[in-house]
Design a protein around this ligand. Structure first.
Ligand code: UDP
Length: 370
């Protein structure tokens, strides 16, 4: 297949502003091209797409190719920072609009079989018919905006099958009618990018954007109550939330380590005793859970959204009642009962980038132009 990816409009690929969708896009571009499909990625100016060694090898042998096309324009405000009833605003000279214009131009000069939209925004749903090529949508977050809910629901009526999501829990946030019509593709990572680390240090880890919905307050609360240091990796999206948590829990020791490349992140994450996932929203999937497990790091998660479908309680980590900091602290005390190699094995067997790309290819193949 000749596939066009349209990236998120909230930040360039590689910036971390887009969150898990950046990793998802990279994994799929690499995985689909290794299967022999050609992939054109249309993304905001400044995007970087570092594919793995094995991708360069397959490109050299003539299998699949990934082409990145950068498009200038104003970035969009992420939906999770807005009220759910607020209309999604389109900035002047919108990068999303510019990316879709580029796709329309491309479709006029080259033959494509299918377009895959990664942006959590209504515009790709309304632009879809202007392209003349089937458009599919991989929705990266749960329900956050009334306008987006409407767009998802309506495209599922006019173009059945064209929406995929990462987990059952994510799909259900849009309503049971939507959940029954979407394709669940899970997620995956290029496991070879993550080194297994057999020995744990004392520190705990948090990985993700620093924001309210990711539960930064509870990260501080767990640190204070367990007397363990937490290393926090990720983009500082909301400094006010971080500062308020630091004031509320003066006994906490939480160090912000910044946003690291996958290579550096996996090295530092591998030294940690566990990953904390104490989110307030319904996490759509939680790529960071499988990234941690690939390094041999168990995950302690609230029973809320995708991570609770990934973590096997007592085997690869602990699933505890949502918002229950004491239960997290208690699980921290039982981490030595989790064999780290079991975490790694689970990712190899269930969350490889290859298997993920295979599921997405099957879904795209069922909708692509013939
Ligand atoms: N991430 C990273 N470096 C860091 C911290 C985070 O590359 O220092 C990436 C991480 O690999 C993951 C993403 O940021 O892919 C966070 O994704 P997740 O799905 O957990 O959350 P989202 O932000 O999409 O809600």
């Amino acid at each position: 297949m000749r596939i066009v990816f349209v990236s998120t409009s909230v930040g360039p690929l590689g910036s971390g502003i887009g969150g898990g969708v950046e990793l998802t896009l990279r994994t799929l571009a690499g995985g689909l091209s290794k299967m022999g499909h050609s992939v054109t990625v249309v993304a905001p100016l400044g995007s970087v797409l570092t594919l793995s060694e094995s991708n360069s090898a397959s490109e050299r042998s003539g299998i699949g190719a990934v082409r990145l096309m950068e498009v200038a324009g104003a970035l969009h405000v992420p939906s999770q920072t807005r009220d759910r009833s607020a209309p999604l605003s389109v900035p002047a000279n919108s990068v999303l609009q510019n990316m879709w214009h580029r796709v329309i131009e491309l479709a006029g000069t080259e033959r494509f079989d299918v377009v895959l939209n990664f942006a959590y925004d209504v515009l790709p749903f309304s632009e879809a018919d202007a392209i003349g090529v089937p458009v599919t949508h991989l929705v990266s977050m749960g329900s956050l905006s009334d306008e987006m809910d409407l767009a998802v629901r309506s495209v599922m009526t006019t173009h059945p099958g064209c929406v995929a999501m990462h987990s059952r829990a994510q799909a259900e946030t849009f309503g049971t009618d939507v959940a029954s019509g979407v394709t669940i593709v899970g997620s995956g990572i290029d496991v070879e990018r993550y080194e297994f680390s057999p020995h744990a240090g004392d520190d705990l880890a948090y990985v993700g954007r620093i924001s309210r919905e990711k539960g930064i307050e509870d990260v501080f609360a767990v640190s204070a109550a367990s007397n363990r240091r937490v290393r926090a990796f990720g983009v500082m999206e909301d400094r006010a939330v971080w500062d308020a948590a630091a004031r509320a829990f003066p006994g906490a020791r939480v160090a912000h380590e910044g946003f690291l490349s996958t290579q550096d992140l996996q090295r530092q994450l591998g030294e940690c005793a566990a990953l904390l996932m104490v989110h307030r929203w319904v996490e759509a999937f939680g790529n960071v859970a499988i990234e941690a497990m690939a390094c041999g790091v168990p995950v302690i998660t609230y029973d809320r959204g995708g991570p609770a479908e990934i973590v096997q309680h007592g085997a690869t980590g602990f699933v505890v009642a949502p918002d229950n900091v004491d239960a997290v602290v208690e699980a921290v005390g039982r981490l030595d009962t989790i064999p780290r190699e079991q975490c790694r094995r689970r990712v190899l067997e269930h969350y490889s980038g290859r298997a993920f790309a295979g599921r997405v290819a099957a879904w795209l193949g069922s909708l692509a132009r013939r």
